[in-house]
Design a protein around this ligand. Structure first.
Ligand SMILES: *Cc1c(COP(=O)(O)O)cnc(C)c1O
Length: 201
């Protein structure tokens, strides 16, 4: 189980503090903010950035320059654009498919039922190393509703493991408010912002 500290809208001094504790891969949700982070942490050897937010097509080029990992793949178009850019840069990228496990209209990600069709196309993109799934659970204090989101993710991963040749090892789920429940459901990655850094500016 890995912890990705989510440093969005946090002071760089806090990133340095967590780096000194041994964290190396931090999460940011915007490409532009990540590019700024790279510039202000050039002295921190081995620091890496996981892009965890929705990515627009016109940001693919910059994303490929700064990200070690992309956790919000949600369309075939985006997969194709990333693969093309990665080939041009001579590199590959770990990716997670983002799933809208709560059905909340405000959330990005594919409905679970649409993931197998995307998964079937992903082997066409050799520069994308598909590692698993990512979700944000329902934003509610009702633990039963949150747990149902995580259960949907576990079931979806089982389905993908049976029907796809890719590995689907990663389940990135759990944030400050719900990481304990996510870990109980088998999260392999939790993305923690405020619980590690304090409230955001
Ligand atoms: C901001 C963010 C987080 C962290 O949220 P906290 O509630 O501060 O822990 C996790 N995942 C994504 C995709 C985010 O945008």
């Amino acid at each position: 189980m890995r912890i990705v500290p989510v440093s969005k809208r946090q002071p760089v001094a806090s990133v340095r503090e967590l780096y000194d504790l041994g964290y190396r891969r931090f999460g940011e949700n915007l490409v532009q903010a990540t590019t700024a982070r790279v510039a202000e942490t050039t002295d921190l050897a081995g620091i890496e950035w996981a892009l965890i937010g929705h990515l627009q097509r016109n940001k693919v080029r910059d994303a490929v320059r700064v990200a070690a990992e992309f956790q919000a793949l949600d369309s075939l178009d985006l997969a194709a654009a990333l693969d093309r850019r990665l080939a041009a840069e001579g590199r590959s990228l770990d990716v997670l498919v983002e799933v809208n496990s709560s059905g909340e209209p405000s959330k990005f990600g594919l409905p679970p039922a649409e993931v197998p069709a995307l998964a079937a196309e992903l082997p066409r993109f050799p520069r994308l190393h598909v590692r698993g799934l990512m979700t944000l659970a329902a934003n509610t204090p009702d633990a039963g509703v949150v747990a149902a989101c995580f259960e949907r993710m576990v079931a979806l991963r089982e389905l993908l493991r049976r029907t796809s040749d890719l590995e689907w090892d990663e389940l990135s789920m759990g944030m400050s408010a719900d990481y304990e429940l996510a870990i109980q459901h088998g999260a392999t990655c939790v993305r923690i912002g405020t619980a590690l850094f304090g409230s955001r500016s």
